[in-house]
Unconditional design. Sequence first.
Length: 437
Amino acid sequence: MLDIKFIRENRDIVEASAKNRGRNLDLDELISLDDKRLASLVSVEALRAEQNQVSNKIKVEKDDTTRFQMIEEMKVLKEDLKKREDDLKEIIEAWQKAMLQIPNIVSVDTPIGPDESGNKVVRTWGEKPQFSFTPKEHDELGEALDIIDTKTATEVAGPRLAYIKGDLVRIQFALIQMCLEIMTNVETLQKIADDAKVSVKVTPFMPVLPPVFIKPVMQVKMARFMTPEEHYLFPNDDLMLVGSAEHTLGAMYADTIFTEADMPLRYLGYSTAFRREAGSYGRDTKGIIRQHQFDKLEMETFCLPENSIQEQDFLVAIQEYVLQKLKLPYQVVAVCTGDMGFPDVRQLDIETWMPGQNKYRETHSADLIGSFQSRRLGTRIKRADGKIEPVHMNDATLFAMGRTMVAIIENYQNEDGSITIPEVLRPYIGKDKITLE
RNA sequence: GGAAGCGUCGCAUAGAGGCCGAGUGCAUCUGUCUUGAAAACAGAAGUGCCGCAAGGCACCGUGGGUUCGAAUCCCACCGCUUCCGCCA
Protein backbone atom coordinates (compact mmCIF):
# COMPACT_ATOMS: atom_id res chain seq x y z
CA MET A 1 0.00 0.00 0.00
CA LEU A 2 1.20 3.46 -0.80
CA ASP A 3 0.89 6.46 1.48
CA ILE A 4 -2.28 8.43 0.66
CA LYS A 5 -0.39 11.70 1.15
CA PHE A 6 2.21 10.55 -1.34
CA ILE A 7 -0.54 9.66 -3.81
CA ARG A 8 -2.19 13.06 -3.42
CA GLU A 9 1.07 14.91 -3.89
CA ASN A 10 2.44 12.72 -6.69
CA ARG A 11 -0.56 11.79 -8.81
CA ASP A 12 1.41 11.86 -12.04
CA ILE A 13 4.09 9.49 -10.73
CA VAL A 14 1.51 7.03 -9.40
CA GLU A 15 -0.49 7.11 -12.61
CA ALA A 16 2.53 6.85 -14.90
CA SER A 17 3.93 3.95 -12.91
CA ALA A 18 0.63 2.07 -13.02
CA LYS A 19 0.28 2.78 -16.71
CA ASN A 20 3.69 1.25 -17.38
CA ARG A 21 2.43 -1.82 -15.60
CA GLY A 22 -0.52 -1.91 -17.97
CA ARG A 23 -3.07 -0.75 -15.43
CA ASN A 24 -5.28 2.26 -15.82
CA LEU A 25 -5.87 3.97 -12.53
CA ASP A 26 -8.69 6.35 -11.83
CA LEU A 27 -7.18 8.49 -9.12
CA ASP A 28 -9.97 11.08 -9.37
CA GLU A 29 -12.28 8.60 -7.74
CA LEU A 30 -9.83 7.75 -4.99
CA ILE A 31 -9.03 11.36 -4.24
CA SER A 32 -12.67 12.41 -4.05
CA LEU A 33 -13.23 9.43 -1.77
CA ASP A 34 -10.35 10.64 0.35
CA ASP A 35 -11.86 14.15 0.46
CA LYS A 36 -15.06 12.61 1.73
CA ARG A 37 -13.15 10.59 4.26
CA LEU A 38 -11.37 13.63 5.64
CA ALA A 39 -14.54 15.72 5.80
CA SER A 40 -16.41 12.93 7.53
CA LEU A 41 -13.52 12.37 9.94
CA VAL A 42 -13.44 16.03 10.90
CA SER A 43 -17.20 16.13 11.54
CA VAL A 44 -17.13 12.97 13.65
CA GLU A 45 -14.21 14.23 15.70
CA ALA A 46 -15.91 17.58 16.29
CA LEU A 47 -18.98 15.82 17.63
CA ARG A 48 -16.90 13.57 19.82
CA ALA A 49 -15.04 16.60 21.20
CA GLU A 50 -18.37 18.22 22.11
CA GLN A 51 -19.60 15.01 23.68
CA ASN A 52 -16.45 14.74 25.80
CA GLN A 53 -16.70 18.35 26.89
CA VAL A 54 -20.36 18.29 27.87
CA SER A 55 -20.03 14.94 29.63
CA ASN A 56 -17.26 16.39 31.76
CA LYS A 57 -19.56 19.27 32.71
CA ILE A 58 -22.46 16.96 33.53
CA LYS A 59 -20.49 15.21 36.23
CA VAL A 60 -19.86 18.47 38.11
CA GLU A 61 -23.17 20.22 37.41
CA LYS A 62 -25.05 20.75 40.69
CA ASP A 63 -28.32 22.05 39.33
CA ASP A 64 -30.59 19.13 38.49
CA THR A 65 -32.62 20.96 35.86
CA THR A 66 -29.54 22.08 33.94
CA ARG A 67 -28.06 18.60 34.33
CA PHE A 68 -31.16 16.94 32.98
CA GLN A 69 -31.23 19.35 30.06
CA MET A 70 -27.61 18.62 29.20
CA ILE A 71 -28.22 14.89 29.27
CA GLU A 72 -31.20 15.32 26.94
CA GLU A 73 -29.02 17.34 24.56
CA MET A 74 -26.39 14.66 24.58
CA LYS A 75 -28.95 12.00 23.78
CA VAL A 76 -29.71 13.88 20.58
CA LEU A 77 -26.04 14.39 19.77
CA LYS A 78 -25.42 10.72 20.35
CA GLU A 79 -27.90 9.78 17.63
CA ASP A 80 -26.31 12.17 15.18
CA LEU A 81 -22.82 10.94 16.04
CA LYS A 82 -23.81 7.33 15.56
CA LYS A 83 -25.10 8.06 12.09
CA ARG A 84 -21.97 9.95 11.10
CA GLU A 85 -19.72 7.24 12.52
CA ASP A 86 -21.52 4.65 10.43
CA ASP A 87 -21.06 6.82 7.35
CA LEU A 88 -17.37 7.24 8.10
CA LYS A 89 -16.94 3.51 8.55
CA GLU A 90 -18.52 2.88 5.17
CA ILE A 91 -16.33 5.48 3.50
CA ILE A 92 -13.19 4.04 5.08
CA GLU A 93 -14.06 0.56 3.87
CA ALA A 94 -14.43 1.78 0.29
CA TRP A 95 -11.29 3.85 0.67
CA GLN A 96 -9.24 0.89 1.87
CA LYS A 97 -10.51 -1.24 -0.97
CA ALA A 98 -9.45 1.41 -3.48
CA MET A 99 -6.07 1.86 -1.81
CA LEU A 100 -5.35 -1.85 -2.11
CA GLN A 101 -5.81 -1.65 -5.88
CA ILE A 102 -2.87 0.69 -6.38
CA PRO A 103 0.38 -1.06 -7.27
CA ASN A 104 3.80 -0.02 -6.01
CA ILE A 105 5.90 2.60 -7.79
CA VAL A 106 8.52 1.00 -10.01
CA SER A 107 12.19 1.95 -9.82
CA VAL A 108 13.66 4.22 -12.49
CA ASP A 109 15.95 1.45 -13.75
CA THR A 110 13.10 -0.98 -14.38
CA PRO A 111 12.66 -1.64 -18.10
CA ILE A 112 9.30 -0.55 -19.46
CA GLY A 113 7.41 -3.24 -21.33
CA PRO A 114 4.01 -4.85 -21.75
CA ASP A 115 4.83 -8.40 -20.65
CA GLU A 116 7.75 -10.80 -20.32
CA SER A 117 8.88 -9.91 -23.83
CA GLY A 118 10.05 -6.59 -22.33
CA ASN A 119 12.38 -8.21 -19.79
CA LYS A 120 16.07 -7.40 -20.24
CA VAL A 121 18.95 -9.80 -19.75
CA VAL A 122 21.41 -8.04 -17.45
CA ARG A 123 24.22 -10.60 -17.56
CA THR A 124 24.87 -14.26 -18.23
CA TRP A 125 27.18 -16.68 -16.50
CA GLY A 126 28.54 -20.12 -17.31
CA GLU A 127 29.11 -22.25 -20.34
CA LYS A 128 26.15 -24.21 -21.61
CA PRO A 129 27.12 -27.89 -21.46
CA GLN A 130 27.86 -29.54 -24.82
CA PHE A 131 26.48 -33.02 -25.32
CA SER A 132 27.56 -35.66 -27.84
CA PHE A 133 23.95 -36.85 -27.78
CA THR A 134 20.53 -35.24 -27.71
CA PRO A 135 19.93 -34.16 -24.09
CA LYS A 136 16.71 -35.39 -22.53
CA GLU A 137 14.21 -33.57 -20.38
CA HIS A 138 14.21 -34.06 -16.64
CA ASP A 139 10.93 -35.96 -16.45
CA GLU A 140 12.13 -38.66 -18.82
CA LEU A 141 15.46 -39.02 -17.01
CA GLY A 142 13.86 -38.85 -13.59
CA GLU A 143 11.27 -41.50 -14.33
CA ALA A 144 13.83 -43.85 -15.84
CA LEU A 145 16.02 -43.53 -12.74
CA ASP A 146 12.96 -43.90 -10.49
CA ILE A 147 13.72 -40.66 -8.67
CA ILE A 148 10.62 -38.79 -9.93
CA ASP A 149 7.19 -40.40 -9.98
CA THR A 150 4.39 -38.13 -11.08
CA LYS A 151 2.18 -40.92 -12.34
CA THR A 152 1.57 -42.47 -8.93
CA ALA A 153 1.26 -39.03 -7.35
CA THR A 154 -1.48 -38.14 -9.84
CA GLU A 155 -3.37 -41.32 -8.94
CA VAL A 156 -2.96 -40.80 -5.22
CA ALA A 157 -3.17 -37.03 -4.89
CA GLY A 158 -3.81 -35.42 -8.26
CA PRO A 159 -1.94 -33.73 -11.08
CA ARG A 160 1.04 -31.39 -10.60
CA LEU A 161 2.25 -33.42 -7.66
CA ALA A 162 5.12 -35.87 -7.42
CA TYR A 163 6.92 -38.46 -5.40
CA ILE A 164 10.59 -37.44 -5.18
CA LYS A 165 12.67 -40.49 -4.36
CA GLY A 166 16.10 -41.85 -3.53
CA ASP A 167 19.14 -39.84 -4.52
CA LEU A 168 17.05 -36.87 -5.59
CA VAL A 169 15.87 -36.58 -1.99
CA ARG A 170 19.52 -36.69 -0.92
CA ILE A 171 20.21 -33.85 -3.35
CA GLN A 172 17.49 -31.75 -1.75
CA PHE A 173 18.86 -32.26 1.75
CA ALA A 174 22.41 -31.64 0.51
CA LEU A 175 21.30 -28.33 -1.00
CA ILE A 176 19.68 -27.34 2.27
CA GLN A 177 22.75 -28.26 4.27
CA MET A 178 25.08 -26.43 1.90
CA CYS A 179 22.91 -23.31 2.03
CA LEU A 180 22.67 -23.32 5.81
CA GLU A 181 26.46 -23.36 5.99
CA ILE A 182 26.82 -20.50 3.51
CA MET A 183 24.06 -18.32 4.91
CA THR A 184 25.20 -18.46 8.52
CA ASN A 185 28.86 -17.84 7.74
CA VAL A 186 29.72 -14.15 7.94
CA GLU A 187 33.08 -14.51 6.17
CA THR A 188 31.49 -16.23 3.19
CA LEU A 189 28.73 -13.64 3.02
CA GLN A 190 31.23 -10.81 3.30
CA LYS A 191 33.21 -12.26 0.40
CA ILE A 192 30.05 -12.52 -1.69
CA ALA A 193 29.27 -8.87 -0.97
CA ASP A 194 32.82 -7.75 -1.71
CA ASP A 195 33.05 -9.71 -4.96
CA ALA A 196 29.75 -8.26 -6.13
CA LYS A 197 30.86 -4.78 -5.01
CA VAL A 198 27.74 -4.25 -2.93
CA SER A 199 28.06 -2.24 0.22
CA VAL A 200 25.92 -3.71 2.96
CA LYS A 201 26.38 -4.42 6.62
CA VAL A 202 26.93 -8.17 6.50
CA THR A 203 25.15 -10.22 9.13
CA PRO A 204 24.28 -13.93 9.18
CA PHE A 205 20.86 -15.15 8.12
CA MET A 206 18.69 -16.65 10.84
CA PRO A 207 17.33 -20.01 9.66
CA VAL A 208 13.56 -20.35 10.16
CA LEU A 209 10.99 -23.10 9.72
CA PRO A 210 7.84 -21.00 9.42
CA PRO A 211 4.19 -22.12 9.45
CA VAL A 212 2.72 -23.08 6.09
CA PHE A 213 -0.66 -21.70 7.16
CA ILE A 214 -1.31 -17.99 7.21
CA LYS A 215 -4.30 -15.80 8.06
CA PRO A 216 -5.82 -14.13 5.00
CA VAL A 217 -5.60 -10.71 6.71
CA MET A 218 -1.84 -11.12 6.91
CA GLN A 219 -1.69 -12.18 3.28
CA VAL A 220 -3.59 -9.00 2.36
CA LYS A 221 -1.03 -6.94 4.27
CA MET A 222 1.71 -8.74 2.36
CA ALA A 223 -0.09 -7.70 -0.88
CA ARG A 224 -0.09 -11.37 -1.93
CA PHE A 225 -3.82 -11.99 -1.90
CA MET A 226 -4.85 -10.22 -5.09
CA THR A 227 -6.23 -13.33 -6.75
CA PRO A 228 -8.01 -15.74 -4.36
CA GLU A 229 -8.21 -18.43 -7.07
CA GLU A 230 -4.42 -18.83 -6.88
CA HIS A 231 -4.53 -19.95 -3.24
CA TYR A 232 -5.61 -22.94 -1.21
CA LEU A 233 -8.18 -21.60 1.23
CA PHE A 234 -9.66 -23.03 4.40
CA PRO A 235 -12.64 -20.77 5.06
CA ASN A 236 -13.85 -22.83 8.05
CA ASP A 237 -10.65 -21.98 9.87
CA ASP A 238 -10.05 -18.57 8.29
CA LEU A 239 -6.69 -19.84 7.05
CA MET A 240 -4.88 -20.38 3.79
CA LEU A 241 -1.71 -22.14 2.67
CA VAL A 242 1.31 -19.99 1.90
CA GLY A 243 2.62 -19.68 -1.64
CA SER A 244 6.09 -18.98 -0.26
CA ALA A 245 7.93 -18.67 3.04
CA GLU A 246 8.10 -14.99 2.15
CA HIS A 247 4.51 -14.62 3.31
CA THR A 248 4.99 -15.86 6.85
CA LEU A 249 8.51 -14.44 7.21
CA GLY A 250 7.52 -10.98 6.03
CA ALA A 251 4.56 -10.88 8.40
CA MET A 252 6.69 -11.94 11.35
CA TYR A 253 7.13 -8.38 12.62
CA ALA A 254 3.69 -6.91 12.08
CA ASP A 255 3.07 -3.97 14.45
CA THR A 256 6.70 -3.82 15.54
CA ILE A 257 8.93 -0.78 15.81
CA PHE A 258 12.64 -1.46 15.39
CA THR A 259 15.46 0.93 16.12
CA GLU A 260 18.02 1.84 13.47
CA ALA A 261 20.64 -0.26 15.25
CA ASP A 262 18.50 -3.40 14.77
CA MET A 263 18.85 -3.16 11.00
CA PRO A 264 19.40 -5.13 8.88
CA LEU A 265 17.55 -8.31 9.88
CA ARG A 266 17.98 -11.31 7.60
CA TYR A 267 16.10 -14.60 7.58
CA LEU A 268 16.45 -17.82 5.65
CA GLY A 269 13.16 -19.68 5.62
CA TYR A 270 12.63 -23.24 4.51
CA SER A 271 9.05 -24.08 3.72
CA THR A 272 6.75 -25.87 1.38
CA ALA A 273 5.01 -23.52 -1.04
CA PHE A 274 1.49 -24.24 -2.27
CA ARG A 275 0.11 -22.90 -5.53
CA ARG A 276 -3.13 -23.73 -7.31
CA GLU A 277 -1.71 -22.71 -10.70
CA ALA A 278 -5.24 -21.76 -11.68
CA GLY A 279 -4.15 -19.66 -14.62
CA SER A 280 -1.67 -22.07 -16.12
CA TYR A 281 -3.74 -24.99 -17.37
CA GLY A 282 -1.81 -26.99 -19.89
CA ARG A 283 1.51 -25.26 -19.26
CA ASP A 284 4.48 -27.27 -18.04
CA THR A 285 2.41 -30.35 -17.36
CA LYS A 286 5.37 -32.68 -17.63
CA GLY A 287 7.63 -33.45 -14.71
CA ILE A 288 8.12 -31.22 -11.71
CA ILE A 289 8.77 -27.79 -13.19
CA ARG A 290 5.34 -26.43 -12.18
CA GLN A 291 3.90 -28.10 -9.11
CA HIS A 292 1.06 -27.45 -6.68
CA GLN A 293 3.54 -28.09 -3.90
CA PHE A 294 7.27 -27.52 -3.74
CA ASP A 295 9.90 -26.85 -1.11
CA LYS A 296 11.84 -23.65 -1.17
CA LEU A 297 14.65 -21.89 0.63
CA GLU A 298 13.69 -18.25 0.78
CA MET A 299 15.50 -15.12 1.93
CA GLU A 300 13.56 -12.32 3.62
CA THR A 301 15.27 -9.20 4.88
CA PHE A 302 14.36 -5.96 6.64
CA CYS A 303 16.59 -2.92 6.26
CA LEU A 304 16.82 0.86 6.31
CA PRO A 305 15.19 2.59 3.30
CA GLU A 306 18.46 4.05 2.05
CA ASN A 307 20.00 0.56 1.90
CA SER A 308 17.27 -1.46 0.24
CA ILE A 309 18.54 -1.35 -3.35
CA GLN A 310 21.99 -2.48 -2.24
CA GLU A 311 20.27 -5.13 -0.18
CA GLN A 312 18.52 -6.48 -3.23
CA ASP A 313 21.81 -6.55 -5.13
CA PHE A 314 23.30 -8.46 -2.21
CA LEU A 315 20.53 -11.06 -2.37
CA VAL A 316 21.04 -11.47 -6.10
CA ALA A 317 24.78 -11.86 -5.50
CA ILE A 318 24.00 -14.68 -3.07
CA GLN A 319 21.73 -16.33 -5.63
CA GLU A 320 24.48 -16.16 -8.23
CA TYR A 321 27.03 -17.48 -5.77
CA VAL A 322 25.05 -20.64 -5.03
CA LEU A 323 24.30 -21.25 -8.71
CA GLN A 324 27.98 -20.87 -9.52
CA LYS A 325 28.77 -23.36 -6.77
CA LEU A 326 26.59 -25.82 -8.63
CA LYS A 327 28.15 -24.72 -11.94
CA LEU A 328 24.74 -24.14 -13.48
CA PRO A 329 24.67 -21.64 -16.37
CA TYR A 330 22.18 -18.80 -15.84
CA GLN A 331 21.16 -15.35 -16.87
CA VAL A 332 20.05 -12.48 -14.67
CA VAL A 333 16.97 -10.72 -15.97
CA ALA A 334 15.58 -7.29 -15.10
CA VAL A 335 11.85 -7.91 -15.08
CA CYS A 336 9.93 -5.19 -16.91
CA THR A 337 7.02 -3.08 -15.68
CA GLY A 338 4.36 -5.20 -17.33
CA ASP A 339 5.65 -8.49 -15.92
CA MET A 340 6.71 -7.61 -12.40
CA GLY A 341 4.88 -8.32 -9.16
CA PHE A 342 2.23 -5.94 -7.85
CA PRO A 343 4.16 -4.98 -4.67
CA ASP A 344 7.58 -4.76 -6.34
CA VAL A 345 9.70 -1.67 -6.81
CA ARG A 346 12.27 -3.63 -8.75
CA GLN A 347 12.33 -7.31 -9.67
CA LEU A 348 15.31 -9.32 -10.82
CA ASP A 349 14.86 -12.91 -11.91
CA ILE A 350 17.43 -15.56 -12.57
CA GLU A 351 16.81 -18.01 -15.34
CA THR A 352 18.84 -21.19 -15.32
CA TRP A 353 19.80 -23.08 -18.43
CA MET A 354 17.77 -26.24 -19.02
CA PRO A 355 19.44 -28.28 -21.80
CA GLY A 356 16.55 -30.74 -22.15
CA GLN A 357 14.19 -27.91 -22.98
CA ASN A 358 16.95 -25.99 -24.73
CA LYS A 359 16.07 -22.75 -22.94
CA TYR A 360 16.54 -20.68 -19.82
CA ARG A 361 13.79 -21.15 -17.25
CA GLU A 362 13.00 -18.97 -14.25
CA THR A 363 14.42 -20.47 -11.07
CA HIS A 364 14.94 -17.41 -8.86
CA SER A 365 13.27 -14.13 -8.18
CA ALA A 366 14.44 -11.17 -6.10
CA ASP A 367 11.79 -8.67 -5.09
CA LEU A 368 12.54 -5.23 -3.74
CA ILE A 369 9.29 -4.30 -2.02
CA GLY A 370 10.36 -1.09 -0.30
CA SER A 371 7.73 0.03 2.21
CA PHE A 372 4.74 -1.37 0.31
CA GLN A 373 4.18 -4.30 2.68
CA SER A 374 5.59 -2.76 5.85
CA ARG A 375 3.18 0.18 5.69
CA ARG A 376 0.27 -2.24 5.88
CA LEU A 377 2.00 -4.53 8.35
CA GLY A 378 3.03 -1.76 10.71
CA THR A 379 6.66 -2.90 10.65
CA ARG A 380 8.58 0.30 11.32
CA ILE A 381 11.89 1.73 12.42
CA LYS A 382 12.56 4.56 14.84
CA ARG A 383 15.34 6.68 13.42
CA ALA A 384 18.06 8.27 15.54
CA ASP A 385 16.20 11.59 15.36
CA GLY A 386 13.04 9.96 16.71
CA LYS A 387 11.12 9.83 13.43
CA ILE A 388 9.22 6.64 12.76
CA GLU A 389 8.90 5.27 9.24
CA PRO A 390 8.10 1.98 7.54
CA VAL A 391 11.00 -0.44 7.21
CA HIS A 392 12.09 -1.59 3.75
CA MET A 393 11.69 -5.24 2.81
CA ASN A 394 13.30 -7.57 0.30
CA ASP A 395 12.52 -11.16 -0.50
CA ALA A 396 14.36 -13.52 -2.79
CA THR A 397 14.56 -17.19 -3.68
CA LEU A 398 17.64 -19.05 -2.54
CA PHE A 399 16.60 -22.37 -4.08
CA ALA A 400 13.26 -23.59 -5.29
CA MET A 401 13.98 -27.28 -4.82
CA GLY A 402 11.94 -28.63 -7.73
CA ARG A 403 13.34 -26.39 -10.42
CA THR A 404 16.86 -26.69 -9.05
CA MET A 405 16.54 -30.48 -9.36
CA VAL A 406 15.34 -30.06 -12.91
CA ALA A 407 18.38 -27.92 -13.72
CA ILE A 408 20.78 -30.37 -12.09
CA ILE A 409 19.24 -33.38 -13.83
CA GLU A 410 19.28 -31.79 -17.26
CA ASN A 411 22.72 -30.15 -17.04
CA TYR A 412 24.47 -33.11 -15.43
CA GLN A 413 22.93 -35.89 -17.52
CA ASN A 414 25.06 -38.54 -19.18
CA GLU A 415 24.44 -40.49 -22.34
CA ASP A 416 23.61 -43.67 -20.39
CA GLY A 417 20.84 -41.85 -18.55
CA SER A 418 22.76 -41.48 -15.30
CA ILE A 419 23.23 -38.13 -13.62
CA THR A 420 26.51 -36.83 -12.28
CA ILE A 421 26.14 -35.25 -8.86
CA PRO A 422 27.53 -31.67 -8.74
CA GLU A 423 30.89 -31.65 -7.01
CA VAL A 424 29.89 -29.38 -4.12
CA LEU A 425 27.07 -31.71 -3.17
CA ARG A 426 29.10 -34.93 -3.19
CA PRO A 427 30.46 -34.58 0.37
CA TYR A 428 26.87 -34.52 1.63
CA ILE A 429 25.78 -37.49 -0.45
CA GLY A 430 28.83 -39.67 -0.54
CA LYS A 431 28.75 -40.56 -4.21
CA ASP A 432 29.23 -38.90 -7.56
CA LYS A 433 26.51 -40.33 -9.73
CA ILE A 434 22.82 -41.19 -9.73
CA THR A 435 22.20 -44.47 -11.47
CA LEU A 436 19.30 -46.89 -11.54
CA GLU A 437 19.61 -48.91 -8.36
C1' G B 1 -13.32 -31.64 23.30
C1' G B 2 -15.04 -30.36 28.87
C1' A B 3 -14.21 -27.02 33.39
C1' A B 4 -12.19 -22.69 35.80
C1' G B 5 -9.36 -18.27 35.64
C1' C B 6 -6.98 -14.35 32.99
C1' G B 7 -5.83 -10.60 28.71
C1' U B 8 -3.96 -2.68 31.00
C1' C B 9 1.92 1.79 28.28
C1' G B 10 9.12 -2.60 26.85
C1' C B 11 8.44 -6.09 31.38
C1' A B 12 5.75 -6.67 36.10
C1' U B 13 1.46 -4.87 38.35
C1' A B 14 -2.69 -1.13 40.28
C1' G B 15 -7.36 0.53 38.67
C1' A B 16 -14.05 -2.36 39.61
C1' G B 17 -18.74 3.76 35.72
C1' G B 18 -16.78 10.44 35.47
C1' C B 19 -11.01 12.70 39.74
C1' C B 20 -7.91 7.51 34.01
C1' G B 21 -4.61 7.94 28.12
C1' A B 22 -4.26 5.69 32.74
C1' G B 23 -0.83 5.20 39.09
C1' U B 24 3.45 2.33 41.00
C1' G B 25 8.07 -0.76 40.46
C1' C B 26 11.85 -2.45 37.02
C1' A B 27 14.21 -1.35 32.54
C1' U B 28 15.35 3.08 29.09
C1' C B 29 17.03 8.24 28.10
C1' U B 30 18.71 13.32 29.98
C1' G B 31 20.79 16.32 33.78
C1' U B 32 23.27 17.07 38.96
C1' C B 33 27.24 14.91 41.69
C1' U B 34 32.05 11.99 40.16
C1' U B 35 38.72 11.65 37.19
C1' G B 36 35.19 7.93 35.04
C1' A B 37 31.39 4.64 36.51
C1' A B 38 27.96 2.90 40.23
C1' A B 39 24.69 4.80 43.86
C1' A B 40 21.61 8.89 45.13
C1' C B 41 18.68 12.97 43.60
C1' A B 42 15.92 15.77 39.69
C1' G B 43 13.59 15.34 35.06
C1' A B 44 12.01 13.06 30.21
C1' A B 45 9.61 9.25 27.81
C1' G B 46 3.55 5.24 23.93
C1' U B 47 1.23 4.74 18.83
C1' G B 48 -1.90 6.41 14.90
C1' C B 49 -4.97 10.16 12.64
C1' C B 50 -6.77 15.54 11.58
C1' G B 51 -4.48 20.47 11.73
C1' C B 52 0.30 25.78 9.36
C1' A B 53 -0.28 26.01 14.49
C1' A B 54 -2.86 26.15 19.00
C1' G B 55 -5.12 22.12 19.75
C1' G B 56 -8.43 18.00 18.84
C1' C B 57 -9.74 12.68 18.08
C1' A B 58 -8.79 7.45 18.71
C1' C B 59 -6.33 3.26 21.02
C1' C B 60 -6.54 -0.86 28.16
C1' G B 61 -6.95 -8.60 23.27
C1' U B 62 -10.86 -7.90 18.84
C1' G B 63 -15.87 -6.65 17.43
C1' G B 64 -20.72 -5.24 19.04
C1' G B 65 -24.06 -3.30 22.99
C1' U B 66 -25.80 -0.44 27.56
C1' U B 67 -24.91 4.83 29.30
C1' C B 68 -24.97 11.93 28.94
C1' G B 69 -20.11 9.36 30.02
C1' A B 70 -16.84 2.59 29.66
C1' A B 71 -10.14 0.05 30.95
C1' U B 72 -14.32 -0.61 34.45
C1' C B 73 -21.12 -3.23 33.12
C1' C B 74 -23.41 -6.83 29.17
C1' C B 75 -22.82 -10.13 24.63
C1' A B 76 -19.87 -12.62 20.94
C1' C B 77 -15.21 -13.89 19.18
C1' C B 78 -9.82 -14.52 19.61
C1' G B 79 -5.65 -15.67 22.63
C1' C B 80 -3.17 -17.32 27.19
C1' U B 81 -2.83 -20.23 31.93
C1' U B 82 -4.33 -24.42 34.98
C1' C B 83 -7.01 -29.13 35.57
C1' C B 84 -9.41 -33.40 32.94
C1' G B 85 -9.74 -36.19 28.22
C1' C B 86 -7.17 -37.34 23.59
C1' C B 87 -2.59 -37.28 20.91
C1' A B 88 3.13 -37.07 17.69
